[in-house]
Write a protein that binds this ligand. Structure first.
Ligand code: F0G
Length: 360
């Protein structure tokens, strides 16, 4: 026996559709930090009403996003079923995760991405993990339609979140939050989360409901999902043919888990709303500057949503709030450099020149 953490399937086996015969394809994903964000709470006016913010930093997963949770399950089940190849459409993170777990499982991995609209870090991951990367002239929604029909006709397993095992893996995020908050009452009052294809909000809600049904938590959080304004299909109640946002990870106009996301909202008495690119960028910078956590722009939609909800007086005093930071900011250095507003100061190597520039 070893106490060494061995990934979320091992940790949460009893709640997952695995058996002793399932080959576990893992990179020891999960177990990500839940970080108390007092500086941020103060800055956005939540400490004054005694509300606490916790940031679930999913960027600490092996490929740098929450997708690893779903991918360990989807690829393990694909391996169990004897698959030799997997396929997905992706705005970047799913492709990186599929490529990594595909490599670990020794499978061929095909990823379809919208040409020109994925962060470079994500593309470089898929390339290095050895995926076959196909960039299409089209957006994520179109790529998803294509991979769905390919997987129906050819022996390649679809690993987008329409694969139910992805949702099973991702629901462990909710278990972890409850376990991490155990000594503090076990469950947040609000769960803020970015919404793109809507798999993650679906998965978290499933996880919370299962823990609740097992008596492990005494109440359920309100699910607070946020789309980007230019891609807000659920908010507007219509498919968006040309979704736009600087948060390319959630540049999606026809979310596959649309209905499930609405169910999570309605059952939890939460909300699905949207935030503008300006609000996303402001939150992106604020998280980094106040808490020392660099999440990618799409991830910041959760905190931007919290700021908006608070401005609308939707956050009750004395509550516990979890914001999911879905992906690592290092995946998108272009955005970091562009929006940081910081100028790199250049000088000679002479100490006097350096001191002058330091201005202290
Ligand atoms: N945040 C990040 C960083 C993402 O990469 C995604 C989705 C989301 C949030 C939204 O999650 O789709 O479950 O609602 N990225 C997918 C991809 C679409 O292809 O990597 P969702």
């Amino acid at each position: 026996m070893t106490n060494h953490y061995q990934g979320l399937i091992n940790k949460y086996k009893e709640y997952l559709p695995v058996t002793d015969k399932t080959p576990i394809i893992t990179l020891n994903e999960g177990n990500t930090p839940l970080i108390k964000a007092d500086n941020l709470a103060k800055k956005i006016g939540l400490s004054s009403i005694n509300a606490e913010i916790y940031l679930k930093f999913e960027g600490a997963n092996p490929t740098g996003s929450f997708k690893d949770r779903g991918m360990t399950m989807a690829v393990s089940k694909a391996a169990e079923a004897g698959a030799n190849a997997i396929i997905c459409a992706s705005t970047g993170n799913t492709s990186a995760a599929a490529a990594a777990y595909g490599a670990k499982a020794g499978m061929r991995t095909f990823v379809l991405i919208p040409d020109g609209y994925i962060a470079l870090g994500k593309l470089s991951q898929a390339m290095m993990y050895g995926a076959e990367v196909i960039a299409i002239k089209g957006n994520f929604d179109e790529a998803l339609e294509v991979v769905r029909s390919i997987s129906e006709k050819y022996p390649v397993t679809l690993v987008n979140s329409v694969n139910p095992y992805r949702i099973e893996g991702q629901k462990t995020g909710a278990f972890e939050i409850c376990d991490q908050l155990e000594s503090l009452g076990g469950v947040p009052d609000y769960h803020f989360i970015p919404v793109g294809n809507a798999g993650n909000i679906t998965a978290y809600w499933k996880g919370y409901k299962e823990y609740h049904a097992l008596g492990k938590i005494s109440k359920l959080p309100k699910m607070m999902g946020f789309e980007a304004t230019g891609s807000a299909a659920i908010v507007r109640g219509m498919r968006i043919l040309n979704p736009e946002t600087i948060a390319t990870a959630i540049r999606i106009g026809n979310p596959a888990s649309w209905k499930q996301a609405e169910a999570a909202r309605d059952e939890s008495k939460g909300t699905i709303d949207c935030v503008t690119d300006e609000e996303i960028i402001a939150a992106y910078k604020l998280i980094a500057a106040t808490e020392g956590i660099l999440a990618e722009p799409a991830s910041a939609a959760s905190v931007a949503g919290l700021i908006k909800a608070n401005q609308l007086n939707m956050v009750e005093a004395g509550t516990k709030i979890v914001c999911i930071l879905t992906g690592n900011g290092l995946k998108d250095p272009d955005s970091a450099i562009k929006y940081s507003g910081v100028e790199v100061k250049k000088t000679s190597s002479d100490i006097n020149d350096i001191l002058k520039v330091m201005n202290i």
